[in-house]
Design a protein around this ligand. Sequence first.
Ligand SMILES: [Zn+2]
Length: 401
Amino acid sequence: MESHEFAGELALTGELRPIRGALAMTLKAHHDGRAFVLPEASAHEAALVRGAIVHPAKNLLAVCAHVAGRESLSRCETTPPHCYEAEVADLSDVRGQAFAKRALEIAAAGEHSVLMVGPPGTGKSMLAQRLSHLCAPMEEDEALETAAVHSLMGAFRVCDWGRRPYRAPHHTASAVALVGGGSDPRPGEISLAHHGVLFLDELPEWDRRVLEVLREPLESGRIHISRAARQAIFPARFQLVAAMNPCPCGYLGHPTGRCRCTPDQIARYRARISGPLLDRIDLQLEVPSLPAEALPARRGVVHEETSAVVRDRCIVAARRQRERQQKPNGRLQPREVERHCVPDAKGEALLKSAFARLSLSARAYHRILKVARTIADLASADTIAAAHIAEAIGYRRLERP
Ligand SMILES: [Zn+2]
């Protein structure tokens, strides 16, 4: 029995019923060099683990025959499907908003988090939905990790293999739903978004205590869940995209001039987001409502770049980062920033003057350098120049609302 592992739900009839987490368990069994016997309905997803020996079994008698050496179980093999390109919303569907699209490109290239501020109907959620398709395709071990988390929730479908997840929980979601937990700890939305995008719309409406919990995974890429009896660590390396209205009514700065919010109301609304969380968001930008004449009359009149074109640039920039420092710029620690994100003399002078003028925090200083590093990588530049710094500072304008 030493070479085998078994899991399944045994029915009174002796049939084996599917279980949750088959893929995650297979990863572990394969790592330990053991074959895995699973109910037929769970074997298909488990066999996505490359090289794993997975035996599907219909009932307990078949398992006994296999163990006794009377009749071997077959081996299940699954070829990862190629459905990644299908049914994907494209960046060219979003009209105008060149500034926001550029921010998304930077976010995708360097794995940076994003906050978009703008009135309803300006395409913030459309933009967020399209971010993961601008990122480089998942590596096989990333795809496995993501599939394993979804498998734990019984929510993995083989056709989702290799697709970066997009999760958009509602602001009424509980802390447990967002970060995970429960008496038998389960992963939450932040883990289901592992290696993908977590979109939090209407950020000021979220319970502040719920959002505070995001700080740990934003730094470490994992979440530690501690309940009286049990402890669990789930992966949670998600890319955060948040959105909010500029004021309580949502129409501050709108061309119709219909906003009647007082400066006091606006300040209180924005203060609902904690400084430490805001500090952890690399790219902060406004997504304004566009006057009708700024939009092309119909599709095709103005050339809008497709996701595929932007993704090609992001992949090149991501490769530069991997070769230089083995991780995306968005994940650099302060020490690594000092080593890899050194601007030239003009860039440094510009950054110093902006730092004093905008009274930025030390954390914000590092974030600007990381974003500037990504902008330089997108331009295939080895050195961070003043132009890269200037563009990066443009994504910190909301720092002190
Ligand atoms: Zn308003």
